[in-house]
Design a binder for this molecule. Structure first.
Ligand SMILES: [Fe+2]
Length: 269
């Protein structure tokens, strides 16, 4: 269940958020359940970011419309660019580190080929969206919401199908992987993902990741498992250079849901 900050539209639609697989408390659970739960949280961050764009984008007038504000358009486009980089980073870690290690652990070549092929189904659309967002930041007068939305609509259903299906694939690893081995693969993938995160990501991706985590989701959670000072560092240092873009985030940097700041009724609050 989603904790919405009000009855107004929020980022639990149009793309529905994924339920989190529940880890049983009474027996010693296979680590596939924990891995699937972490993956579902992380996919929900991607979906909240996508929904934040779809919910607020129509309310940012282009240059031909009344109440146009050039900076608002640039901020929206930067947010879109950051979202595409977040999705890319997530899938790059899976393809280069996590999935090959899972196949090796299970001793089954091609075990993860389903999710890998699904990546191909939306990859070119994601690249097109990133290129559009980058190009239009230098040509704001040519930006059109309709055009941006058309690019998203062409690949988002395939992305959604993938984000949903991958949770089931990871739960099924219980059959083919030993629990300890899978946990080691998971920990290593997290370590590599953090190591691959360059300084630019702290300025351009982390503020979106933290601002799309909802710590109240389904009764509360501790995702992402990060040291307590990180949200402060993002808010007061790394997030400052593009603070206009982070206005599109649906949650604050501590994972607290907020009414969508760029909806007309919430502007200036
Ligand atoms: Fe994933």
């Amino acid at each position: 269940m989603t904790t919405k900050p009000s009855s107004a539209p929020w980022v639990d639609e149009p793309y529905k958020l994924l339920p989190i697989p529940q880890i049983p408390k009474d027996t010693k659970p296979h680590s596939a359940i924990h891995s699937a739960a972490e993956m579902a949280h992380s996919h929900n961050c991607l979906l909240r970011g996508l929904n934040a764009i779809l919910q607020q984008g129509p309310h940012i007038p282009s240059s031909a419309q009344a109440n146009h504000n050039t900076q608002d358009v640039k901020d929206l486009l930067f947010y879109v660019e950051a979202w595409t980089k977040t999705v890319e980073h997530h899938h790059h870690t899976e393809e280069t580190t996590m999935f090959p290690a899972i196949e090796k652990l299970a001793g089954i070549p091609g075990l993860m080929s389903g999710p890998m092929h699904q990546h191909e189904a939306f990859h070119s659309g994601l690249v097109e969206l990133q290129e559009y967002a980058v190009r239009m930041q230098g040509k704001v007068q040519e930006y059109e919401w309709r055009e941006l939305k058309g690019i998203i609509d062409a690949f988002a259903p395939a992305l959604y199908e993938h984000l949903t299906a991958e949770i089931g694939v990871i739960l099924d690893l219980e059959k083919d992987c030993d629990s300890q081995g899978l946990k080691a693969v998971w920990d290593e993938a997290e370590r590599v993902a953090k190591a691959n995160g360059n300084l630019g990501m702290l300025y351009e991706v982390f503020p979106l990741v933290l601002g799309t985590c909802d710590k109240t989701y389904e009764g509360g959670n501790e995702f992402p498992p990060l040291p307590a000072p990180i949200p402060y560092a993002i808010k007061y240092w790394f997030g400052r250079s593009h603070s206009g873009a982070w206005r599109f985030n649906p949650c604050d940097f501590w994972g607290k849901p907020q009414p969508l700041p760029m909806l007309p009724e919430n502007r200036g609050k």
